[in-house]
Design a protein around this ligand. Structure first.
Ligand SMILES: Cc1ncc(COP(=O)(O)O)c(C=O)c1O
Length: 390
């Protein structure tokens, strides 16, 4: 386990290398700091809200919502904060296995093309079966490998994405039972409105329980029945069942949990422009007074969307400084007039704390007209992820 990252002295640093790999240097002073100690604390906080027997599957898909799946999975394993990991594809699961992850991994996405079942089983990943066709393909893989494999069934209750109707789930489970080669270890569903619609969420839960009762009637009783993401697990005790699947809360992206990711950069250029001066592509900002302008090396190629142009702020010298002009591919500009002491090389915080001020991912997401999931996941590989523990 990598234990510490470099500081970023003078704007350059060395990324913590995964075991066996060489460290990658970076000079451009733009990075995302991932506070793995806070992540572990969030896992502990989440667990305290659950009954003892309820297991926790930590969702690390989408490169752990942009936080770095390998380092987040390792942090969770190290503190025994999770019982399972959840990914969206076999590829994501393979990355974890190759990095040495030992926890059971559930592939939450559809496994089409079904050749991926073979890779899933070979890498010790648990596939989701979301159709009768996929049940047949998984049984074929088990036959070919001459070993018993296990899966979780996905049941559609109102999300309308992937999953079987209760009748189709019975057909698939009955088929798998009769092959004797595939253990239906789990069955799950996913809520579409856990944060917004109590009646619909409870209706989805009822549908799921009816589907489970149907499976039980044909002799299939999965050991892990699960439905709840962060919001559902926190709001609906009845939805916790045998296992919960939080992502958002563990990354500290909901109130009550510690934010894990900070997005940081530095001032690389400073100037004072006269009243009327245009800033950025399309001259969408014109200075109304002499303005101190700080240029910061982060742009939409880093995942800091153009939709935030003239709509968000960054912290500099402990003050909120508005982003002015259109965000370009690699840079943006701040009105730093309120920070007369600002210098080239000063720290800029786009997500996170500086002094008494804080900008949350939720705030940036709202300014961009999106959700925090998208804001952190959108950060591209050009932004080095560094880790810290304390
Ligand atoms: C199937 C499934 N389970 C759980 C989660 C975790 O949700 P959250 O991040 O809201 O806790 C997701 C995320 O989208 C998901 O797709």
């Amino acid at each position: 386990m990598t234990s510490a990252s470099s500081a970023v002295p003078g704007g350059a640093g060395v990324l913590p290398a995964p075991e066996g790999a060489s460290a990658r240097r970076f000079f451009r002073p733009t990075w995302a700091e991932v506070h793995l100690g806070a992540l572990q604390e969030n896992l502990r906080r989440f667990r305290r809200r659950l009954p003892r027997a309820t297991r926790l599957l930590f969702v690390v898909k989408g490169d752990a919502y942009g936080h770095g799946a390998v380092q987040c999975a390792r942090a969770a394993e190290k503190c025994r904060g999770a019982d399972w990991l959840g990914v969206s594809s076999v590829e994501e699961g393979v990355v974890l296995r190759e990095a040495g992850a030992r926890l059971p991994v559930l592939v939450l996405g559809s496994l089409y093309p079904f050749e991926s079942f073979l890779a899933a089983v070979e890498f010790g990943l648990t596939p989701t079966v979301a159709s009768l066709d996929s049940a047949r393909r998984l049984a074929e893989v088990a036959r070919r490998l001459r070993r018993k494999v296990s899966c979780h069934l996905k049941i559609e209750t109102g999300m309308g994405r992937i999953g079987m109707s209760p009748a189709a789930a019975e057909a698939a489970a009955g088929y798998l039972l009769q092959t004797g080669r595939v253990d239906v270890a789990g069955a799950y569903t996913h809520f579409s409105c856990a944060e917004t619609d109590r009646a619909f969420t409870l209706e989805q839960l009822r549908r799921f329980k009816r589907a489970l009762a149907g499976l039980a009637r044909i002799g299939v009783s999965p050991r892990l029945r699960h439905a709840a993401n962060s919001a559902a697990a926190l709001r609906y005790p009845a939805a916790r069942l045998d296992l919960v699947r939080p992502g958002l809360a563990i990354y500290g992206l909901v109130p009550g949990f510690r934010p894990v990711l900070s997005l940081k950069s530095k001032v690389v250029f400073l100037k004072t422009v006269p009243r009327g001066a245009a800033i950025g592509y399309g001259a969408t900002f014109r200075a109304k007074r002499p303005t101190r302008v700080a240029t910061v090396p982060i742009g939409y190629a880093d995942g800091w969307t153009r939709r935030l142009s003239n709509r968000c702020s960054a912290l500099l010298g402990g003050r909120r400084c508005p982003v002015i002009g259109t965000i370009s591919m690699d840079m943006l500009m701040l009105d730093a007039t309120a920070v007369p002491g600002a210098r080239v090389g000063d720290d800029v915080v786009l997500i996170g704390r500086q002094g008494r001020e804080e900008i949350t991912a939720a705030e940036a997401a709202a300014a961009a007209g999106t959700i925090p999931y998208e804001t952190t996941t959108a950060l591209t590989s050009r932004v080095p992820r560094t880790s810290r523990w304390a």
